[in-house]
Design a protein around this ligand. Sequence first.
Ligand code: C5P
Length: 314
Amino acid sequence: MADVTVRAPAKINLHLEVLGLRPDGYHELAMVMQSIDLADTLVLRSTADATIRLRSDSPELPSDGTNLIVRAAELLRSRVGLPELGVDITLHKRIPIGAGLAGGSSDGAAALVGLDALWGLSLGTARLHGLAAALGSDMPFCLEGGTQLCFGRGERLEPVTAAGAPGQAVLLIKHPEASVSTPWAYGRCRDLRGDFYLDAEEDFEQRRQALRRGPLVAALAGQGPLPHLRNDLQAVVEPEVESIRAGLDLLRRGPGVLAVAMSGSGPSLFALHPDLATAEAARAALAEPLAALGFVAWCCRCGGSGVSLVTDGS
Ligand code: C5P
């Protein structure tokens, strides 16, 4: 059988609201996630033996059972009861690692889709979503992509039908030395704001309705200006990490900027721009101070789907 190639795009959070703490220890969230056209590529090839092998062009990335790609392959193989299946996976890494851009989750979701095709399983969307949710809160979004409201612990999706999202492109920056652990960011949020968490389902639903009917979703449908972007994890991480404060300040100074925020639990930061040309112009205008502070910068378009098969092995 021929190789299967899968594209695994990154995401940013246009809204991240922590509603409360659930009995399972996860946080109840109300988010808007947006795919961007910065993507990793996975190439999958069947092997004669039953081993799951991963190699990547990124030396700092683990290729053992701690990698979501390997965990996805192991889970899929055991759920379908075919332990004799093997695969060789090559990962071409473009999404920055540990950045709040769901690079690892998107790679894991891409492994599910790629192996479904390579091993001829035809599992269907619902089963793939179930497997994705079992592996990570962001993974169902990574399967689906686009612009989605994400509720629950992030796995309950409602598409935002955006006729013309005003944020057509982002200037994305990351400091190579900044790193934020996601469990730490949520733990900090709990310590600082836990007394104000909501705890009744009807209160959660009220906040979901406020988001569905609020100015951000209207703006994404081209009906009004983009509001200030809310990320509750940014509110707890920003005071702790100097480079995040400096990066946000810089992005706000970019010409033509619509809004600025941290993505997920960080440390990636983004500025939304009306189009790619404006984002590129802002990168050029800020090139000197960004380089002086050591930031790496990318310009990407918003939109596109989630993980997708580039070649299906036939
Ligand atoms: O689901 P995932 O493994 O990606 O989550 C990583 C960590 O982020 C969790 O272990 C938890 O500490 C935190 N988290 C949370 N509430 C969520 C999602 C993640 O507290 N809804």
